[in-house]
Design a protein around this ligand. Structure first.
Ligand SMILES: Nc1ncnc2c1ncn2[C@@H]1O[C@H](COP(=O)(O)OP(=O)(O)OP(=O)(O)O)[C@@H](O)[C@H]1O
Length: 203
């Protein structure tokens, strides 16, 4: 269970969201909603441990989290299969063949990742999640560049992950058709204007 309590997150020296609390249980998905610039990416980065929280607590995250952000994080000179094998070895996990199948990458498995189209790169970036063995997927706009068929593959992968007791926290503007998903609107948690604590030394 991922538990976020009274969290305040900041970006560029400014508090963005404050008083954020939610729980994410095994088998559940939580979709962050809010307009551009509302703070969804900042919240996801903080939950994933990529930046410190200004205040509040996050428990149950850490090593349990696999994060996929705006960048696909691929190695251009490795093949599709080699990219997945590399990440599987980093996480000491397996599942390369299942990941290739789930994201329709079998026929592309020997192609250099750098030669893939934007949507194919995104499919490979998302397939990486399946070889991490980590239970909590934290995903920032995972469906960018994906066509309708690929969005359906992604939704199937998330549903499969939830069915195995995993969970997913994601920012997305589209309806993925995942009945387990709850919506969390970040709008009401907009921070009152004030400088973030970490920048005090530079004021
Ligand atoms: N590196 C940065 N330095 C300064 N400000 C930043 C930085 N990154 C983001 N911001 C600002 O922080 C606020 C929150 O941005 P964030 O990316 O979290 O929003 P978002 O809800 O994910 O938006 P979108 O839907 O457009 O992806 C915005 O006002 C943004 O301009």
């Amino acid at each position: 269970m991922l538990t976020v309590t009274d969290l305040c997150v900041a970006r560029g020296g400014l508090a963005i969201l404050e008083g954020v609390s939610f729980e994410l249980a095994a088998g559940r998905a939580l979709v962050l909603r809010g307009p551009n610039g509302a703070g969804k990416t900042t919240l996801l980065r903080t939950v994933a441990g990529l930046q410190p929280a200004e205040a509040g607590e996050i428990s149950g995250g850490g090593e349990a989290i696999a994060y996929a952000g705006h960048s696909d994080g691929l190695k251009a000179m490795l093949s599709v299969r080699e990219n997945l094998a590399f990440w599987a070895s980093v996480f000491d996990a397996g599942g390369v063949d299942d990941a290739l199948k789930a994201f329709d990458l079998v026929t592309l498995q020997d192609r250099m990742a750098g030669t893939l189209s934007a949507g194919q790169k995104r499919r490979l970036g998302l397939a990486r999640l399946m070889v991490t063995g980590r239970p909590i997927w934290v995903l920032d706009e995972p469906t960018v560049s994906l066509d309708a068929a690929s969005v359906a593959l992604f939704a199937d992968a998330v549903r499969g992950h939830l069915a195995q007791g995993g969970s997913a926290l994601m920012a997305t503007h589209i309806d993925l058709g995942i009945p387990e998903a709850e919506v969390f609107d970040v709008g009401p948690f907009k921070a009152k204007p004030r400088a973030a604590a970490m920048d005090e030394a530079f004021l």
